[in-house]
Design a protein around this ligand. Sequence first.
Ligand SMILES: C[S@@+](CC[C@H](N)C(=O)[O-])C[C@H]1O[C@@H](n2cnc3c(N)ncnc32)[C@H](O)[C@@H]1O
Length: 265
Amino acid sequence: MSADNVFRNQKSIPFDVFDPDKYFNNYYSSAEWIQGDSVKFFQDCLHETFRSGDITGKRLLDIGTGPIPNMAFCAAPWFEEITLSDFSQRNLEFLHKWRDGKINHMDRIFEYLTQLDNSGPMKERQDELKRKIRNIVFCDVTEPNPTASTVVDGVLFDAITSSNCLEIASNTLDDIAKSVKNVSRLLKPGGHLILEGSLQMTFYRYGEFRFECYPITKNELQDIIQKEGFAILDLKTSNITPRPDESYYCDCVNEFHLVARKVEQ
Ligand SMILES: C[S@@+](CC[C@H](N)C(=O)[O-])C[C@H]1O[C@@H](n2cnc3c(N)ncnc32)[C@H](O)[C@@H]1O
């Protein structure tokens, strides 16, 4: 397949395009990220958001986990039960393998997060996360009930985390608003939504697959979140020039980290 084959999104292709190893290697394995790029921005923001323990509850759902359970890692000390979810079966299998101790691809990122937290041995933190994972399930944010037909159907969560997912599953601004509405249905009133992702990105790649997406701006994101019934508690954007090797994979202008609370009716 040519590198220029362009698709709308993962749903529009009748087979599973996601290669967890390739994705991890492309985006997370560069030795340079620790010196300051989007990967570092995301981890630093997560650490800031979760370190106080103010965002807490019984159940947490991570949406579009991919092969990277870093958001759940930061949240794990403050929740009793964690569900990871994704559209790609290959990612779900990959997460099972990691939980069963057959893959240790996250060690460097978990080490970095543990050092920021100053919270004891990384292995203990990782074991805590693995112990708290109740489900690893299919999810489609474009559906009105994103986790329908799985064991989490009907359960409302105290917090939902998601990174680099909603904007890549969507081709229009309206699609993104619908995905936020769909995800919000799984969240308790008063619950927290923690989103991370890319701003003004027109494409991204997984391996040889290139996808188009809607280049959402910070103002548009704010509007959607507020219209969908959330109060924004924090919204940070990065100020990072992408590394030359990164611009092949996506053309985002910068990244965001958002914390919002679902307003109680
Ligand atoms: C760019 S990866 C992000 C993975 C990880 N959260 C991260 O930040 O690196 C996007 C993830 O969203 C998933 N995804 C794509 N379309 C989706 C959809 N409609 N519903 C839920 N997840 C979807 C993909 O399978 C993939 O794992």
